[in-house]
Structure formats: C-alpha cells, structure tokens
Design a protein around this ligand. Structure first.
Ligand SMILES: [Cu+2]
Length: 399
C-alpha cells in the first residue's frame, strides 16, 4: 500500500519536472540577473518569492493528491464533517498573512530603493516617438534619435532578398545610434513620449517605464560592467511597435569622455554641412540612406507606398511637382495623417538630401537638387509668419 502511494508521487514529480529537463538552455527562460545593483536585487527577490511559491505549491498539491488517493470513494471513505472550526479559520488566515508580510518586507525595500532618484550623476531625457527613441543628455548638450538599424530595416521589407544569418541573434535588435553611457555613474532617466504611450525597457538594467505624452516618469540605473545591453519598446504603440529596439552601450569613463567629445564635434560637422552647397550625387547618395532610415517603413523600399495607406513617391505629384510644396510636406508633415513633419528630426542638409533623392529615384527624373540653404530659407519664412500672426489677430480685434 505504502509503496503504491510513493510510486504515484514519483510519477507526479516526474511529470511536473518534464518541462524543465526538456529545455536545454533553461537559464534563458528566467529573467536576467542584469548588470546593476537594483537588477541584482530584483533578481534575488524574484527567485526568493518564486521558491516560496514552489514550496507552497508543492505542499498544497501533495496534501491534495494524498487526500484524494488515501480517502477515495472506492475504499469506502466517508467525508468528515466539521463546521465552523474556529481553529482552522484562524490558522488559514494567520499563516498566509504571515507569509505575505514576510514577502512584502524585502519587496518594499527594493521598491523604495528603485524610487530613490537623489544624488544622480547625470540625467538623460528619453522620448518615445512612432517609431524611434530620442535621447537628450541634459548636461552634455548631446541629443539624437535612435532607431532600427538601416540594414535590419531593409531586411524586414516584404520580399527583401537579404541573408538574415549575417545578423546573428540580434536581428531587429540593432539601432543606428545607441545610447552611450558611462559605468559606475548614477544615471537618471526622464521618460516621456511625443505621440502615443511607449515603454522603455532594458531588462539588464532593470529599467522598464511607461513613456506617456504629457507626463515625465523617472527611473535610474548605475551600470556595473561595460557592455552592450539591448531592450525594446514594451507598450503596444502602433504598426511598428515591434521595430523600435533599444541599445545601451556602457563604457569605462575614459572611453565615454572620448565619445562625448566625438559627439560634440559631430554637431559642429553637421552645422558645417548645413552651411555649404552640396553636389547632386552627394545629395542623392546621402538621401538614399536617410530615406531608408526615416521614410521607407511607410513609403516602402521601391517608393511604391502601400495603396490606401501610404502614397507612392514614384510618380507622386508632390515629389515631381513644385519643389516648395515638396519641401513644405516633408518639413511640416500633413495634418491629420501619418505623415509627420521632419523639421525637428532632420537637419537642413539631411532634409535637402532626402528631398533630392525622392525627386530623382523610383522613376522620378526631375534632375533637381535641393540645397540646405533652401531649407533654411523655408524655416525662416515660417518663423516669420508665426511671429507676425498674433499681431494680425490684435489688429482685427481693434477693428
Ligand atoms: Cu513604442
């Protein structure tokens, strides 16, 4: 009789353990330990509570399985009949209460630590856009957009003939401009969004925070080890939600300082680019890259668009017609449509390049070149109108 019970128990344990034994890389199923003090504490907390749950689960199931087997009907078992047993009720209230309190104390400690934003060494603003991230280093004056790497973006296009092997295990998890940070510094992140709700999630840093338009959420991380840490947008934010990865590169302080200097000189270079005249070929070549990173996800690889959703650029009246209308469209976007303005996202030179490209690709053969100075003029003209408008309004009020 005894050995019968234990045989059944063994079978149950074996069946329960199957899924664990079957997976070769079972570490990958669990949450990562991560590379920050908080992430390690979160991991420890998670494991501790997980084990408590395992013990409770095992005990409850053991009692259930044993009771069902030992007191089965075929053996003539008769259900015992005890009502309103104060002792039992007290026990099953007090015991879970004690367990819950025991679990909440360490959890509260970690939560409090996570919410302590004091004494941060640097602050980075993180803004979610459909479908890219914008980073702004508040003290260093560095800012840039970060989006799905151009080659990965090309590879995901329908019918793209690209060998995915080359991307290894980071396919669709690479960006053009990673977020670069120093190790050992307390970095405060300020999260917000410009259109819909996104969520900035980097598991290794134990950072996952909703980015909500009109709100600023805080978070922080102090990274212990140099390395590359990847994440994703974790809030369903529209068509390309699955294609706005995050890459954080943590560098030793010296390397980070070098990076900051490089960035600052890149800003100078960009302003030089905005001030000079460009060759036609140069504009087209640069424009193609900018098109692939910024426009292709909607207007498609061959500029054919998606009928009913995104207009084709090849043969478009705007991309082959009046240059100013074309510039206007790209600079300010089209209200009430998915076509957002790129005035804040691309520099004058970048805009000039992508517009030139659109006018000379996909069968469009205008032969036009657009120069950064035209963009600058257009921007200034628009600022002028904005400045004079309130004036007009008061004038009409007086009349
Ligand atoms: Cu998103």
């Amino acid at each position: 009789m005894r050995s019968d019970v234990s045989r059944w128990m063994l079978l149950a344990v074996f069946l329960l353990a199957l899924p664990f034994g079957a997976s070769a890389d079972w570490g990958a199923l669990n949450m990562p330990v991560g590379v920050t003090e908080i992430s390690k504490e979160v991991y420890t907390l998670h494991m501790r509570i997980f084990y408590i749950c395992c013990v409770i689960g095992a005990l409850v199931f053991a009692v259930m399985i044993y009771s069902m087997y030992a007191h089965r009907k075929s053996k003539g078992a008769v259900a015992s009949d005890f009502h309103e047993s104060t002792t039992v009720e007290i026990v099953w209230t007090i015991v879970p209460l004690i367990i819950l309190i025991a679990m909440s104390i360490p959890a509260a400690k970690v939560l409090v630590k996570m919410e302590d934003f004091s004494d941060s060494d640097m602050t980075i603003g993180v803004t979610g856009y459909q479908w890219r991230w914008h980073y702004s280093y508040l003290d260093e004056g560095i800012e840039f957009y970060s989006q799905l790497d151009r080659e990965h973006n090309a590879a995901r296009q329908e019918g793209a003939d690209i060998d995915l092997e080359q991307f290894g295990d980071i396919y669709l998890r690479e960006v053009d401009n990673p977020l670069v940070v120093p190790v050992g510094k307390k970095i405060r992140f300020l999260h917000t969004a410009a259109d819909v709700i996104h969520s900035w999630w980097v598991p290794d840093l134990s950072v996952k925070k909703d980015a909500i338009p009109g709100f600023i959420n805080e978070n922080w991380a102090r990274i212990d080890e140099p390395g590359t840490y990847r994440g994703k947008c974790a809030e369903l934010c529209g068509r390309d939600h699955g294609f706005m990865p995050i890459v954080v590169i943590a560098l030793e302080q010296d390397d980070y300082d070098k990076w900051v200097v490089e960035q600052q000189s890149a800003v100078e270079q960009a302003s030089l680019d905005d001030d000079r005249d460009w060759q036609h070929q140069e504009l087209v070549a640069t424009g193609e890259k900018i098109y692939q990173s910024n426009c292709m996800s909607c207007h498609q690889k061959e500029g054919q668009g998606i009928p009913g959703m995104f207009p084709a650029i090849g043969g478009s009246h705007i991309a082959t017609g009046n240059i100013d209308t074309h510039i206007e469209t790209v600079l300010n976007g089209v209200t009430e449509s998915a076509m957002q303005g790129f005035s804040g996202k691309l520099s004058d030179a970048e805009l000039a390049a992508v517009i030139t490209y659109q006018r000379n690709a996909f069968g469009n053969e205008t032969g036009d070149s657009v120069q950064p100075s035209q963009l600058k003029a257009m921007r200034q003209g628009q600022q002028q109108t904005l400045l004079t408008q309130p004036q007009l309004a008061t004038d009409t009020g007086v009349n």
